[in-house]
Design a protein around this ligand. Structure first.
Ligand SMILES: *Cc1c(COP(=O)(O)O)cnc(C)c1O
Length: 507
C-alpha cells in the first residue's frame, strides 16, 4: 500500500504526516519542503551587535533548508533506494549491456596503490599504474585486432568523438579533407549521427528496413560513386541484435572508395574473444568498458570508452598513450606524437575504470571472455525462442546478444510497448529498451546478458507470457493504469518534457 492510500485509510490529513510510510515506501519531498521555521538546522540566528573589522562583506542568508542532520541523512538514503540498479534486479535494457559488476573488480580498484595516487605524481612513482594501463592497451588491441589504443575517452560517445576526429585528422593528412560524407545505417544509435554531425560531416543513411541488416545492394545505393565519402559508422552486431553478414564485402567496397570504417564497439559483448573487429574491416572502434568489461555504468559518474585503431591511424589518435621504453613506462604526448589530434580529456582517462576492466579481463582469461560472448548470445536466443509465439518478431532469428520484439500483435487490442514496459515495472522488473531502434515500430529490445541466472530470465519470460495471455483473453483495461505500486505511476510525459520543473521557488 502506498503512502497516499494509507493516509486515506486512516483519515489522517496529508499535511500532518509529511513523512508517513506506506509499506515502508516513503513519499520524498524536497528538503526545503520539509523545513519548519521553528526548527533551526544550519543557519544560526544573525549575531547581534557584531561589527566586521576586516572589511569583509556581511554574509546574507544563503537559504539552506532548516533541517536536522538525521533528516538530511534519511532524505538522501531514501532517495538512493529509489535508484533502480543492476544490484536490485533484472535489467534487460537492450543496447546497454547491464551486466553484473563483479565485486573482485571493486576490491582491486580500491587497493591504495591504485586508489590513492594522483595524476600529477612523477611518472617514476606510478610505474605500476602506467604498467596496468599499458597492459590494458595491449589486451584491448589484441581483442579488437586494432593495435593502436588510447584509453583517454570517458564514455562510448566520447570514444566516437575521438575516433571520428582521428579519421578526420587522417583524411586531412592525406589531402582528403574535402571528403565530408559519413554513411550511417538507419538503425544506428543516436550518438553515431550526432558524432558525425559534430565533426562537420553530412549524413547519408543506409537503409536496413527490409531485413534489419545492411545488404550490399543498399550499401551501394548509399555509397553512390564514392565521391566525398569520409567513412561509415556501423555497430556489429547492430541495434536489432543481428550480425551484419555482408560486412566483409561492404567494408571492402568502402575502403576501395577511400572511406574509413568506424565500428561502434558498444555491442562488443556479443563478439569478445570470438571475432576481432579489425578482421571485419574496422579501422577505428570504441569500446565501452562499462558494457563489455563490466565496469559500472556512469549514472553521472565515470564511464570509459577507449578507442582502438589500425596501425595506419595510430599516429593521429588522441594523447596521452602509455609507451614502454626498456623497463620503464611513460605517458606520450604531442612531443613524441607530432601528428596526434591532441588531448580530449583532463589527465589520462578514468583510471579506476581501467583497473576494473583489467581485473575483469584477467579474471576471465581468454577462454572465459569467449564464454561471455557465447553465453550472452545463448541467453538472448533463449528469450527469443520462448517469446516468439507470443510477440511479433520483426526479423527472424537467431539473434546475437539481444533480441528484438514488437507490440504488433498486442496493439490490435490496444496494448502498446509502453503498456508492456509499465506493466513490467508493476511486476518489479526493469523494462527493456523501448521504441528503439527507431526504424522498428513498437520495438522492444531485450538484452539479458550472460550474468543472469536461468531463474531470473525465466521469471521475466513468464511475466511477458502472462501479459500476452491476458491480452489474448481480452483482459486489457488494467494495462493502461500500471504501474500502481511504484512511488510514481504514469507520468504526463509530454508535459514533463515540454514544461519541465527544474527549479524550486519558495512560496
Ligand atoms: C551505449 C551505446 C553508445 C554510447 O555509449 P555511452 O558510453 O553511453 O556514451 C553508442 N552506441 C551504441 C550502439 C550503444 O549501445
Amino acid at each position: 500500500m502506498n503512502a497516499k492510500a494509507l493516509m486515506k485509510e486512516t483519515n489522517v490529513p496529508e499535511a500532518a504526516l509529511p513523512d508517513v510510510p506506506g509499506g515502508l515506501m516513503y513519499e520524498e519531498n524536497l528538503l526545503w519542503e520539509k523545513e519548519r521555521s521553528d526548527h533551526p538546522g544550519i543557519d544560526f540566528e544573525k549575531p547581534r551587535g557584531l561589527k566586521f573589522r576586516t572589511g569583509q562583506p556581511a554574509r546574507g542568508d544563503i537559504g539552506l533548508p532548516q533541517v536536522s542532520e538525521p533528516q538530511v541523512v534519511r532524505h538522501f538514503v531514501r532517495l538512493s533506494t529509489w535508484n533502480y540498479s543492476i544490484d536490485h534486479g533484472f535489467f534487460p535494457l537492450g543496447s546497454c549491456t547491464m551486466k553484473h559488476n563483479p565485486r573482485l573488480n571493486e576490491k582491486v580498484a580500491r587497493l591504495p596503490g591504485f586508489a590513492a595516487i594522483h595524476p600529477l605524481q612523477p611518472e617514476s612513482t606510478v610505474q605500476g599504474a602506467l604498467g596496468l594501463m599499458h597492459e590494458l592497451q595491449t589486451i584491448l588491441g589484441e581483442l579488437s585486432g586494432l593495435p593502436g589504443v588510447c584509453l583517454a575517452p570517458a564514455a562510448g560517445a566520447h570514444g566516437e568523438l575521438a575516433g571520428i576526429m582521428t579519421i578526420r585528422r587522417a583524411l586531412e593528412a592525406k589531402g582528403q579533407g574535402h571528403r565530408k560524407i559519413m554513411l550511417v545505417p538507419d538503425s544506428a544509435h543516436g550518438t553515431n549521427p550526432a558524432t558525425a554531425a559534430m565533426c562537420g560531416y553530412t549524413l547519408r543513411v543506409i537503409s536496413t528496413k527490409e531485413t534489419g541488416r545492411m545488404t550490399v545492394k543498399d550499401f551501394k545505393v548509399a555509397l553512390g560513386d564514392g565521391a566525398g565519402i569520409a567513412g561509415m559508422m556501423v555497430t556489429n552486431p547492430n541495434t536489432c541484435g543481428l550480425f551484419e553478414t555482408d560486412i566483409l564485402e561492404i567494408s571492402d567496397l568502402l575502403h576501395k572508395a577511400g572511406g574509413y570504417f568506424y565500428g561502434d564497439g558498444a555491442n562488443f559483448n556479443a563478439l569478445v574473444g570470438k571475432a576481432r573487429p579489425g578482421d571485419l574491416g574496422v579501422d577505428v572502434m570504441h569500446i565501452n568498458l562499462h558494457k563489455t568489461f563490466s565496469t559500472p555504468h556512469g549514472g553521472g559518474g565515470p564511464g570509459s570508452g577507449p578507442i582502438c585503431v589500425t596501425e595506419e591511424l595510430a599516429p593521429y589518435m588522441p594523447v596521452p598513450v602509455v609507451e614502454k621504453q626498456g623497463n620503464a613506462y611513460r605517458l606520450a604526448y604531442e612531443d613524441s606524437r607530432p601528428e596526434t589530434l591532441g588531448r580530449l580529456k583532463g589527465f589520462h582517462g578514468q583510471f579506476g575504470m581501467h583497473v576494473r576492466a583489467l581485473a575483469y579481463i584477467l579474471s576471465h582469461g581468454a577462454d572465459g571472455l569467449k564464454q561471455v560472448a557465447e553465453d550472452a548470445v545463448l541467453s538472448a536466443n533463449y528469450i527469443l525462442a520462448q517469446l516468439k509465439n507470443d510477440y511479433h518478431v520483426p526479423f527472424a532469428g537467431p539473434c546475437m546478444h539481444e533480441c528484438l520484439l514488437t507490440d504488433k500483435i498486442q496493439k490490435e487490442a490496444g496494448v502498446t510497448t509502453l503498456d508492456v514496459a509499465k506493466t513490467l515495472c508493476e511486476y518489479g522488473i526493469h523494462p527493456m529498451t523501448v521504441y528503439f531502434p527507431l526504424v522498428v515500430p513498437g520495438a522492444m529490445l531485450i538484452e539479458p546478458t550472460e550474468t543472469e541466472s536461468k531463474d531470473s530470465i525465466d521469471r521475466f519470460i513468464s511475466v511477458m507470457k502472462q501479459i500476452a495471455a491476458d491480452v489474448r483473453a481480452g483482459d486489457v483495461q488494467k494495462f493502461h493504469s500500471f504501474p500502481k505500486d511504484t512511488p510514481r505511476q504514469r507520468l504526463d510525459e509530454v508535459t514533463a518534457a515540454r514544461e519541465p520543473r527544474l527549479r524550486w521557488k519558495k512560496t
